[in-house]
Each structure stands twice: as structure tokens, then as C-alpha cells.
Design a protein around this ligand. Structure first.
Ligand code: 7TS
Length: 411
């Protein structure tokens, strides 16, 4: 039974050993959780315990520790399924990360279903992970890509959605932009796509860690996310899809574990979810993700979201006061998740990130793997501050004073 905890960032910080570090003599202010979150001790210890006490290849051995490894790995899958309200753990495919989950759909469903002349609809704010795989598929089968545009507030322009969905086989869209912070209205967009006969893939890399996600309620067909952005380890991600859809899809990678019976010239496939999990899985990482899901569940994702809203509201207020700043994306925290991108008139984002690092502040500078979005915004790069459960409002103050110090250097 998971006990409920209130979300007190100060108390949560004690769970994260790395937050005790000092950088350049200053306490670490970690504002790059959109790139990867920090890990609570319970996740690190759970993985350590697996290696120390029951490391074995799951699904194979009939001996005790292999059965323990299988049980722990499959129990993690069950907990992930509950976390996103999947109808069954069979709908939860473990992958390496969001990128691999999207590529699984590209190779399996995409190659079997997208034909010459078909259209794939994307948005201008996609991470390269939800863009390049579709470019590659489109080139391979001679399909066409088209894009939902954004307005100057960083919101999708949806007035023409029904018209843009004509002839579309797949809509692939991010739930929350990693650069703008924009939260897209997935449910409404998915309903429109389904009316037009298209399937919907949602890139949930920035959503599942930060807000309640109910895949059944959202109505998407595919939903992808990464463990490492939600307090879990690297090397484990998830593709969720409805069972009937997964049943109809050919395998992705071939090898051990994904088969039922192999003869020299042919093979038949294992049941879901293992049909899509070839080879020895990331066992420690899967078990670690299960611990991360339990960790987040103690707080409740509604509380995680409202904590981040408080930080975004405060950061918007404080950052707006910085002279020469341009903030991208919507201002309203109702539709803005915990990542804020900005530029300063006279300082390059990389210089700013380097200067605030001297103050112990970790922010990301660059194109954030959204180069087409940078083109749309008319910049080469932005600085991005992104928040999570362990961030406090006074860390926003540190960021603002770090920016002011940097401005003095360049004055
Ligand atoms: N989609 C979105 C929206 C993302 O933000 C990211 C990673 C990915 C996909 C890819 O996830 P991966 O786990 O497969 O790599 N985003 C970022 C970022 O914003 N900074 O570093 C990685």
C-alpha cells in the first residue's frame, strides 16, 4: 500500500542524494528536469538491490532468482499500466526510451499501414524524436508530411484542423512541448483525428512525468514516454497502445523472447507484450521504473502538476521583470507545463548557461532537439529552465539573480 505524502519540495529534496551536491561552491540548483530528472534514493536502491540479491535473466530460468527477477519486472509493468490507466499490462511495451517507442510504431504499424500518397500530420513543435522517424518513413514509402502551425503564443492553430486531417493516416503530436511548455488539447485533437479516420500517436515524454495521464480518457492510439524523465533510470521507456491494435501489428525487432515457436525458415510470435520485446530486457531499469512510479504515486500527479504550476506562475512573474527578456510559449500555467524557454537581448543562451553554472544553476541552452521550432521562432537557440517536484520557488529567485549577474558581465 503506497502512503500518501503532501508535496513539500523541501521534504522531497531529501529523497534525492544528488541535490546535496555543491557546484562551484554553491548548492546545486537543478533546472533541467525536462532533459532528465534526478533520481530518488528509493529508485537507486531498488536497482542496487536487484543486482545484489536477484540478478538473473527473466522469463527464462525456472530457478528461484530468475523467478524473482521475472516477478519484479512484470510487477513494474503492472504498476506502469495502473499509473497511466491502461486497460491491461499487456498494453505496456517496454522500450529503451520515447525515441525507440516512436520508432517501434514507425517500423511496425507504419510500414504495414502507410502507403504511397498517404499523409502523416505532425506539428511544428515536435521534438526530433517525433519528426525524424516520420521523415524516414515518408521517404521510404513515398508518403507526405504536413504540419499544424503554431501561433505567436506557442499554441497550435487548430481552426483548420478538420480540413488538415483530410486524407491523413496518422497524426503524431506531442502532449507537452519540451521547448515552449505548451500543453496540447490531446483529447479534442484525437477526437477530430478519429472522425477523419486517422490514428493518433502522442509523444508523452514531457507529460507523464508532470501531470495525471489517463490513456483511455485521452483517446489516443499510441502513447510514448521515457522512464528517465520521471524519476526513473535511463534505458527504459514505454509504448502504450490498445491491445487490438498491438495484436494486429507485426513484430519490430526479432530475436529471443519475442517468439513462440521457431523453425529454420519461419517463426510465430509470443503473446503481448513480449512480442515487441526482443532480447534480454533492461531488467534493473524496468524494476527501477516501477519504483519511480510508486515514488510519484505517493504524491499524486495532481499535486505534482499543481506544484509545477506554482513554480511556473512565479517564474513567469519574475522573469518578465528581467530587462531584454523574450519568453516563448503561453503565459497561462493552465496550458503551460514546467519548462520555460527564453532569450536575452544581448547574451547568447550558451553564454548565459555557462555563467549561471558558476552560480551552481543548471539550465539547458540550445535548440532542445526542436530545430524546426527554432526556425519558426526565428532564433538559433533558447535558454530553458525546467522544474520538477524537488524545485522550490527560491530557486527561481537564484535563477533570476544569476541572469542579472550575467547581464552585468555583458553590460
Ligand atoms: N519527446 C519529447 C517531447 C522530449 O522532450 C524528448 C527528450 C524526447 C521525445 C526524447 O526522449 P528520449 O528519452 O527518447 O531521448 N527531450 C529532451 C530535452 O528536452 N532535453 O534533452 C532531452
Amino acid at each position: 500500500m503506497i502512503q500518501t505524502r503532501t508535496l513539500n519540495a523541501e521534504a522531497a529534496r531529501a529523497d534525492f542524494p544528488i541535490l546535496g551536491r555543491r557546484i562551484n561552491g554553491k548548492p546545486l540548483v537543478y533546472l533541467d528536469s525536462a532533459a532528465t530528472s534526478q533520481k530518488p534514493a528509493v529508485v537507486i536502491d531498488t536497482m542496487d538491490d536487484y543486482y545484489r540479491r536477484y540478478n538473473a535473466n527473466p522469463h527464462r530460468g525456472v530457478y528461484a532468482i530468475s523467478e524473482e527477477a521475472t516477478a519484479a519486472y512484470e510487477s513494474a509493468r503492472q504498476r506502469v499500466a495502473t499509473f497511466i490507466n491502461a486497460a491491461s499490462p499487456k498494453e505496456v511495451i517496454f522500450t529503451r526510451n520515447t525515441t525507440e517507442a516512436i520508432n517501434l510504431v514507425r517500423y511496425s504499424w507504419g510500414r504495414a499501414n502507410i502507403r504511397s500518397g498517404d499523409r502523416i500530420l505532425l506539428t511544428e513543435m515536435e521534438h526530433h524524436s517525433n519528426l525524424v522517424p516520420w521523415q524516414l518513413l515518408a521517404q521510404e514509402v513515398n508518403a507526405t508530411l504536413s504540419f499544424l502551425c503554431i501561433d505567436d503564443d506557442g499554441l497550435l492553430e487548430l481552426e483548420q484542423l478538420d480540413r488538415q486531417l483530410e486524407g491523413v493516416r496518422l497524426l503524431a503530436i506531442t502532449h507537452q512541448s519540451n521547448t515552449l511548455g505548451t500543453i496540447n488539447p490531446i483529447k479534442a485533437v484525437a477526437e477530430a483525428a478519429h472522425r477523419a479516420g486517422a490514428l493518433v500517436l502522442v509523444d508523452g515524454a514531457q507529460a507523464v512525468p508532470h501531470m495525471p495521464v489517463d490513456v483511455q480518457e485521452l483517446g489516443a492510439d499510441f502513447y510514448a514516454f521515457s522512464g528517465h524523465k520521471m524519476c526513473g533510470p535511463t534505458g527504459i521507456g514505454v509504448l502504450w497502445a490498445r491491445r487490438s491494435l498491438l495484436e494486429s501489428m507485426p513484430p519490430f525487432l526479432g530475436g529471443g523472447d519475442m517468439i513462440r515457436r521457431v523453425r529454420l525458415n519461419e517463426a510465430t510470435w509470443n503473446d503481448l507484450p513480449w512480442k515487441f520485446e526482443a532480447g534480454t530486457p533492461s531488467v534493473a531499469e524496468g524494476i527501477g521504473l516501477g519504483a519511480a512510479v510508486d515514488y510519484l504515486t505517493q504524491f499524486g500527479m495532481d499535486r505534482v502538476r499543481s506544484h509545477e504550476r506554482t513554480l511556473v506562475d512565479y517564474a513567469m512573474e519574475k522573469l518578465q521583470e528581467v530587462p531584454g527578456i523574450t519568453i516563448y510559449g503561453p503565459r497561462d500555467s493552465e496550458i503551460h507545463g514546467g519548462a520555460i524557454s527564453f532569450t536575452l537581448a544581448n547574451i547568447h543562451p550558451h553564454d548565459l548557461a555557462t555563467l549561471v553554472d558558476r552560480e551552481g544553476i543548471a539550465v539547458r541552452a540550445g535548440h532542445h532537439c526542436t530545430q524546426p521550432l527554432m526556425d519558426r521562432l526565428g532564433v538559433a537557440a533558447t535558454t530553458r529552465a525546467s522544474f520538477y517536484i524537488y524545485n522550490r520557488v527560491d530557486e527561481v529567485d537564484h535563477l533570476v539573480s544569476g541572469i542579472q549577474k550575467a547581464q552585468k558581465v555583458f553590460a
